[in-house]
Write a protein that binds this ligand. Sequence first.
Ligand code: SF4
Ligand code: SF4
Length: 500
Amino acid sequence: MIEIRIHGRGGQGAVIGGMLLAKAVFAEGKYVQAFPSFGVERRGAPVEAFVRIDDHIINARYQIYHPDHIIILDPTLMNSSFAFAGLKKNGTILINTKESPDHFKKHPIIKDAVELQLLLQNQYDVVLIATGAHKSSPMNITGEKLTGVISGLSFLCEQSKGKNQKIGKKVIVIGGGNTAIDAARVAKRLGSNVKILYRRTREEMPAFSHAINDAIDEGIDINFLTSPCSIIQKESMVDGLICKRTKLGNADESGRRKPEEIEGSDFELKADTIIYGTGENPEMKIIPSAMQIKDNIIVTTVGGKTSWNNIFAAGDFIKQPKTAVNALSSGKRSAIAIDCFFRKIDFDNIFPKISFESTNYVEMKAYIDYLNQEHKKTPEISVSEKREIVTFNDLNKSYFYEAKPNIQNKLSVSERLVNNPFAEIELECDKKTLAGELARCLHCGRCIDCDNCYIYCPDISIVKLDNRYEIDYTHCKGCGICVTECPRAAMELIEEPTGF
Ligand code: SF4
Ligand code: SF4
């Protein structure tokens, strides 16, 4: 079978091109398949089309992840990592361009540190490294290389590509993070009996609590305080696992209590597949050796600047929790820091003005306000020196009543596992649930025009204007009643400078 992937932008070029190619080959008596994948159908957005050609009927129903050939209709797509993803060895790349093949030898697909340095020397002023942590950490136990031992990340990756993975009936998953939980739930959906082993207790498990609950509901057994010691081999295959019971000792550098193996507590578990999700690390091959690294993490400033002046890093490559929200937040910080780099602004200096009190979270609007003020475009805008977070304790809770969460319905466990194993399990939110959840928002720190301050001020010093309130400072005596009575902590009492 020959598989071809065509990359175009917006419009229908890639799709029509794929169909024409398929028709031409069909006319020669071959079996063909031609189909598109529209992520976003707006002008300029990348579009992919796929063509399969074979001498026999084609039963494959999934996209093409490992093409024999790639056709790129728009050369600007050369800069995207997905354009070349999965190309088979000795595959052909056909590019719609007037440039010679030599021109594309420098295209920015970075495989090692030398290529990264060349990229900086030849093409770009700044590079941001944000390639994530996609290398599974080994378990460091004997038998790890046996057939039947799979890393959680590669198992999930192959599953997401629609591969029909063959795993055993008895599956052991090792680890307590989201990769381990996801891998266990996928294995369960493939029809296996699944057991998770974790060295600590549920309390220390880093996976999302709701995902752990779902896994337990789906019949996955979690053995806490259990550590894998060595894999039992039968011929070249996995046959089981020798484990030890653990107890929790003192806290380690992560702040969690360290598991300690209990002498003489060894026991054996039968398994034909072992999936390990014992941590993920970034690919360090692309990092120049002169760059400062600590524990597989690039050392950066708060803005993501590395020890190389024009290389920045974000996401799982820097020291922060490995969650999507932290990755997004560091991307935003780095975007601002890189903008500062080009404007010759000291990011570290303005960071306190655009970030929220005691966090690394920055506000884009505050940065834009700062730039506008600097350029005297909007001199009236004042950029607060200190951006504070309103916490639950800051609210005046006398004005709120307790409203229980409105729980979104889920597919029943039997529907999840039997009828449609890979269906979305969270069902659509009905209007009542959605309205109920919206009504629970406390609008912390935001004025919602409730008039409380206006009503309570004993000196009639709060003046109502069209869309806002103003304080009449000639009559305000600074009693602070308005601030106390504001339910949402949208006001703040600050001392007036005396000039003495
Ligand atoms: S501080 Fe007192 S006087 Fe001033 S606006 Fe608030 S309630 Fe009125
Ligand atoms: S500042 Fe507070 S009390 Fe005054 S109107 Fe806004 S939310 Fe209500």
